[in-house]
Design a protein around this ligand. Structure first.
Ligand code: ADP
Ligand code: MG
Length: 418
C-alpha cells in the first residue's frame, strides 16, 4: 500500500495542489508543471502555516517554494480588503530584490496581490509614492527598507509572513543586526521562513534566534554543488587566459556565458582584451551605478548581451535560465563562491557547464574548492600542441610574436608571387 502512496506523490503536479486556480494558471503559463524537490517538501508545510527552514542547492527553485504557498495565503485571507504589507521578504542584494519581486508579480498576475521590490541606489521619491498605494508583498534590501520605515513610508505592523531569502549571504554581508531589528518591529505572531543554499553553525543560530520550532527541510545536504552542472578545470598560465577565453567564445558563438573574475579592474581588462579581438562582452561589477547594473542584467537576460564578465557580485541568487556556461576566469579565493558561481548555470531543469582557468599560482584555490565540495574536478582534455595552437589562433596579433613572424613570412611569400 505504501508503494501506492509513493507513486501518487511522484505524480503530484501543481494542478493537483490545493492552491488557488489563479496561481495554477500562472504556473502553467511559466511551464512549471511539477514541483522541484524543495517545492514539493516546503509547499505543504508553508500552506499549513508552519515555520520552515529550507536548505537546498542553488538553482533548485527555492523562490517559488515560498512564493506559491504565500500567495495562496494572501489570496485566501482578508479577501477583498486591503491590509497593507502582509508579507515581507528580506534579501541581501538589489538584484535579488528585483528578481524575487518579479517572480511574485508574475505568479500573482491573475490575482489582486501586488508585490513591490524596494532597494537602494535609486531615487526614493518614486518608491515612497508607490508605497502609498497597494503593496501586499514587500521584497526589500535592509538599508533602504529601514530608511523608509524611519521616514514613516513603510508600515510593518501588519506583517504576517517574514521570509529571509539567501540567508547565508545575508549573514556574509553583515545583515545579522538588521534581521534582529526587523524581527523586533513586526508582529510576534507570524510565520517565518528561511531559505538558504548552504548551512553552517552561524545560519543555524540565526535561524533559531528568529524562529522557535522551524521545520527543517534539507535537500542534498552532502554535496552543495548543483547536480545539473558538469565541471572541468583547465591549467593555464595567468597571462594566457584571455587567449583561451577568446577561443571558447568563438567556438561556442551561440551560447551565453558568465565569466567570473576576481576584481573590478580585471573585469574591465578582460572586456578590453576581448574588444581587441572583436569579441563583444560587457562587464558587471559593484562599481557601476545601480541603474546601469539593472540595465546590463536586463540586457543579458534578453540575450542582447551574450557574454558577461563579472565579479562575485553576480554569483549569488541571480537567475538567468539561459546561461549555459560559467567560466571561472580567475579561481575564487573563497571555495563557497565556487558553488555559487557555478550555480548560475544549470538552473531549473537545464544543464550547465563550468570551466575553471587555473594558473600555477591558483592551485591552492583549486585544492580548497575540491576539499569544500568533496569532489575532484576533472581536467579539461587537451591534445599536445593544443595549448600553443590556441595562442596562435588568437586574433590579438599584437601579443603574438609567432603570428607576427608568420604574417611577415606570408607577406614575403606574397611578394614573391607579385
Ligand atoms: P534558487 O533560489 O533555489 O537558486 P530559483 O528559485 O531562482 O532557484 O529557480 C531556479 C530556476 O528554476 C528558475 O529559472 C525558475 O524559473 C526555475 N524553476 C523553479 N521551479 C520550477 C519548476 N517547478 N519547474 C520548472 N522550472 C522551475
Ligand atoms: Mg534563491
Amino acid at each position: 500500500m505504501k508503494f501506492g502512496v509513493f507513486l501518487a506523490l511522484i505524480k503530484m503536479k501543481f494542478s493537483d495542489y490545493p492552491i488557488a486556480q489563479a496561481i495554477k494558471d500562472q504556473l502553467n503559463q511559466l511551464e512549471f508543471k511539477k514541483p522541484t524537490d524543495i517545492q514539493f517538501k516546503s509547499i505543504p508545510a508553508i500552506l499549513k502555516g508552519e515555520d520552515v527552514m529550507a536548505i537546498a542547492q542553488t538553482g533548485t527553485g527555492k523562490t517559488a517554494a515560498f512564493v506559491v504557498p504565500l500567495l495562496d495565503h494572501l489570496i485566501r485571507k482578508h479577501r477583498g480588503s486591503y491590509k497593507g504589507i502582509r508579507t515581507l521578504v528580506m534579501v541581501p542584494t538589489r538584484e535579488l530584490a528585483q528578481q524575487i519581486n518579479e517572480v511574485f508579480n508574475t505568479i500573482a498576475k491573475k490575482t489582486e496581490i501586488k508585490s513591490f521590490g524596494l532597494y537602494g541606489g535609486v531615487e526614493q521619491e518614486q518608491q515612497i509614492k508607490r508605497l502609498s498605494k497597494k503593496v501586499d508583498v514587500l521584497v526589500a534590501t535592509p538599508g533602504r527598507m529601514f530608511d523608509l520605515i524611519a521616514q514613516g513610508a513603510i508600515d510593518v505592523s501588519r506583517v504576517e509572513h517574514l521570509v529571509l531569502d539567501e540567508a547565508d549571504l545575508m549573514l556574509d554581508m553583515g545583515f545579522k543586526k538588521d534581521i534582529d531589528d526587523i524581527v523586533k518591529k513586526i508582529p510576534k505572531n507570524r510565520q517565518t521562513l528561511f531559505f538558504t543554499a548552504t548551512i553552517d553553525k552561524k545560519i543555524k543560530s540565526l535561524a533559531y534566534s528568529v524562529v522557535k520550532d522551524a521545520l527543517r527541510i534539507q535537500i542534498s545536504p552532502k554535496n552543495p554543488v548543483a547536480k545539473n552542472v558538469d565541471h572541468a578545470v583547465l591549467f593555464v598560465e595567468m597571462d594566457d587566459k584571455r587567449f583561451f577565453l577568446e577561443n571558447i567564445l568563438k567556438e561556442y558563438e551561440e551560447d551565453k556565458f558568465l565569466v567570473f573574475v576576481r576584481t573590478k579592474v580585471r573585469a574591465e581588462r578582460v572586456v578590453g582584451a576581448m574588444d581587441r579581438v572583436e569579441m563583444p562582452t560587457r562587464f558587471f561589477h559593484g562599481g557601476l551605478e545601480q541603474s546601469e547594473r539593472f540595465q546590463i542584467l536586463d540586457a543579458f537576460r534578453k540575450d542582447e548581451i551574450r557574454v558577461l564578465v563579472t565579479t562575485d557580485v553576480a554569483a549569488r541568487g541571480i537567475d538567468i535560465p539561459s546561461v549555459k556556461y560559467v567560466i571561472n576566469y580567475d579561481m575564487p579565493d573563497d571555495p563557497e563562491n565556487y558553488v555559487h558561481r557555478c550555480g548560475r548555470c544549470g538552473r531549473g531543469r537545464n544543464r550547465g557547464q563550468a570551466l575553471s582557468f587555473c594558473s600555477p599560482s591558483e592551485k591552492e584555490f583549486l585544492a580548497q574548492v575540491e576539499e569544500y565540495t568533496g569532489e575532484t574536478i576533472e581536467q579539461y582534455e587537451m591534445e599536445p600542441g593544443d595549448y600553443s595552437a590556441i595562442m596562435f589562433d588568437s586574433d590579438d596579433a599584437s601579443n603574438n610574436w609567432q603570428k607576427l613572424l608568420d604574417e611577415d613570412n606570408d607577406f614575403n611569400n606574397k611578394k614573391d608571387e607579385w
